[in-house]
Design a protein around this ligand. Structure first.
Ligand code: SF4
Ligand code: FES
Length: 254
């Protein structure tokens, strides 16, 4: 008989109250948490809702909270959840009553923190996108309209490389400031701003407009330097460090 893994899974359908369902799943080699969710959907409940697209840690759709740590479901192996090193000093996130969770034997699956749940593990990312649009996170020719091409030296690229890796998964919204301040722009949004402040292809005027946006009270000054975002980001973007860089370069030295 194949080995099995128990799951305790957050369920919330429409206006129904939150409940947790137990499932037991036969393990297969290399099974990810996302694979396990497909098993639940295929064999237990076809109405079970969660997001995914690439299944390769690229699209950022499958962010969720696994054993109280926000992670990408497609990149997390079922067999290593209980043994993998966890980020330290994370805020406690409560989605419902998990007092009967058997922490040693059950993998707890919950939605991303600090976002409203639409259904089961599907959260409303609109506030995330709204703030993301606000920092105008795209490169346009208007930003450097004197150049026929916007080339960049390898060294200049290195200054933004880490920031470019962001896949917009929303995991860094576990930040305690996001929990209490719905106006806070958010770690990913500020990391993206730093990427455009630093990009050598961006002209001075655009750079100044990004800086002036992120120096408003709902942005860099609202960060309380928890650095939770640095610890949970699955792509090593280090948004907290980006925010610190903006603060050091454009606030404290001004
Ligand atoms: S900064 Fe990291 S955690 Fe935040 S959205 Fe980007 S990839 Fe996800
Ligand atoms: S499914 Fe795309 S990042 Fe997990």
């Amino acid at each position: 008989m194949s080995e099995k893994q128990k799951f305790l899974v957050y369920r919330n359908v429409g206006n129904e109250s939150v409940r947790y369902e137990r499932y037991e799943i036969p393990l297969s080699k290399g099974m990810s948490i996302l694979d396990a969710l497909f098993y639940i959907q295929d064999y237990y409940d076809s109405t079970f809702a969660f997001r995914y697209a690439c299944r390769g840690a690229i699209c950022g759709s499958c962010g969720m909270t696994i054993d109280k740590v926000p992670m990408l479901a497609c990149r997390t192996q079922v067999t290593t959840v209980k043994t993998a090193k966890k980020p330290i000093n994370l805020p406690e996130v409560v989605f419902g009553d998990t007092s009967d969770w058997d922490q040693d034997n059950e993998i707890l699956i919950e939605p991303l923190p600090n976002m409203n749940v639409i259904k089961d593990l599907v959260v409303d990312m609109e506030p995330f996108w709204k703030f993301y649009r606000e920092v105008e996170p795209y490169f346009t020719k208007d930003w450097n309209d004197t150049a026929s091409e916007s080339s960049q030296s390898p060294n200049d690229m290195k200054t933004i490389e880490r920031l470019v890796y962001c896949i917009l998964c929303g995991i860094c919204w576990m930040c305690p400031v996001n929990a209490k301040n719905s106006e806070y722009l958010g770690p990913a949004q500020l990391a993206k701003s730093d990427r455009f402040i630093r990009d050598s292809r961006v002209n001075k005027e655009k750079q100044e407009s990004v800086i002036s946006r992120v120096l408003q009270n709902d942005a860099v000054p609202a960060c309380e330097k928890f650095f939770v975002c640095n610890r949970v980001c699955p792509k090593g973007v280090m948004p907290g460090t980006a925010i610190k860089d903006i603060r050091d370069n454009w606030i404290e030295e001004k």
